[in-house]
Design a protein around this ligand. Structure first.
Ligand code: NAP
Ligand code: FE
Length: 367
């Protein structure tokens, strides 16, 4: 049996209505709370109001300027405000974008110089501020991972970052906060759960304890996503759970090729993150069926979607095309996508030999 390490320092508080417990869950020493969110969550849902009420008599400041796939500039602006405010805790409230932004802001509030420097590997001079994550999508699982993904607009790339000090202190998961998602957001973010689970399971970093979580999350996401897309509360509750579970799975085994190969679809064609990952999961699985070093795992994934006629048919049932041309991707863009993807480390933990030529073939076959 393989050696493995298990590390999850985040306290998980899960349950409907439990946002009301936030104030008593936060360390009493944290008195100045900097809340990071986006405009929709702040203005069109009850999430921010409920969060502020639960925080009680602590001092708060709200930064609601986070866009989808947050840019470096957003992190710099937010961290300046957090520093000026004298924050001693950063709360990320929203989907993966505000939660990742909260992590970046917590890091930059304590470490001078441009964010890009740390993303390129410079060690942190100081620990990031403590972080609490409260997801409103189901979702990225960022509430239980040490990861954050930022968009480098100048370099036209999405840059992932991982640091053990970015694990949130608390993940407060109240499924009621996801009920306000429109169906399109529920589908796009639910597909992220599905792909996290599948990729953590396939990853060459996977190990049996983690596989139990990944497979359970995958089965839950498969079964519950259609109901969540119809806004069925029971299905949405289960998907909020599976999002966290799949988050734990990627915290231990990472995502692999489909995620990073999906980044150019988001960058150049605005395809939402979870949808882009699922499209590329279908494309990468087609390749792994022929050439994987873990064929038994690929067969298990195929069996899970067998009842729906396969992953493509399942996605089709959710209104999700797996044809890249349906999203505006043109053949001449593929070499650039290959170049952007091959430099990412996750290529190496995909259970097959991936070269520029094979990746190009994967994209071409998905056109
Ligand atoms: P998101 O970009 O956070 O949110 C998408 C949109 O959903 C928001 O802009 C917002 O509306 C809307 N929204 C969110 N919650 C809502 C609610 N409860 N009710 C109504 N609307 C709501 O999407 P996401 O998929 O959760 O996060 C994607 C980001 O996470 C990407 O940058 C991705 O790379 C990253 N990610 C991180 C990890 C990790 O481990 N750290 C893992 C996977 C992905 P509007 O569109 O109207 O503004
Ligand atoms: Fe993801």
């Amino acid at each position: 049996m393989r050696d493995f390490d298990w590390h999850l320092p985040t306290k998980i508080v899960f349950g409907k209505g439990r946002i009301g417990e936030l104030g008593e869950r936060i360390d009493p020493g944290h008195r100045r709370v900097f809340i990071v969110t986006d405009k929709t969550v702040a203005e069109r849902t009850e999430a921010l109001g409920r969060t502020m009420k639960a925080i009680g008599d602590r001092e708060t400041a709200v930064f609601d300027g986070v866009e989808e796939n947050p840019a470096f500039e957003t992190i710099e602006a937010g961290s300046r405000q957090a520093r000026d405010f004298g924050a001693d805790l950063v709360v990320g409230l929203g989907g993966g974008s505000p939660m990742d932004a909260a992590k970046g802001i917590a890091l930059k509030a304590r470490n001078r110089g441009p964010l890009g420097r740390y993303l390129r590997g410079e060690p942190l001079a100081d620990d990031p501020l403590p972080i609490v994550c409260i997801p409103t999508t189901a979702g990225t699982g960022s509430e239980v991972t040490p990861y954050a993904v930022f968009t480098d607009l100048a370099g036209r790339t999405k840059a992932g970052y991982s640091h053990p000090k970015l694990f949130p202190e608390i993940a407060l998961i109240d499924p009621e906060l996801t009920y306000s998602m429109p169906a399109s957001v529920a589908i796009n973010t639910g597909l992220d759960v599905l792909t996290h689970a599948a990729e953590a399971y396939l990853s060459t970093m996977s190990f049996p304890l983690n596989d139990t979580l990944a497979l359970h999350a995958l089965e839950t996401a498969r079964a519950r996503l259609p109901g969540a897309a119809r806004k069925n509360p029971d299905d949405m509750d289960h998907l909020a759970f599976a999002a966290m579970q799949a988050g734990v799975a990627i915290a231990n085994a990472s995502t692999i090729l489909p995620h990073i190969a999906g980044y150019p679809l988001t960058l150049f064609h605005g395809v939402p993150h979870g949808r882009a990952s699922a499209i590329m999961l279908a494309a990468v699985l087609a390749y792994l069926r022929e050439r994987s070093s873990a064929p038994e795992k690929v067969a298990i994934l195929d069996k899970i979607f067998g009842r729906q006629g396969g992953l493509e048919a399942y996605l089709g049932g959710l209104g999700v095309s797996t044809k890249l041309s349906d999203y505006g991707v043109r053949e001449e863009e593929i070499p650039l996508y290959v170049e952007k993807t091959m430099v990412k480390g996750d290529v190496k933990i995909t259970p097959a030999e991936i070269t520029a030529e094979t990746l190009e073939a994967i994209y071409r076959a998905a056109l």
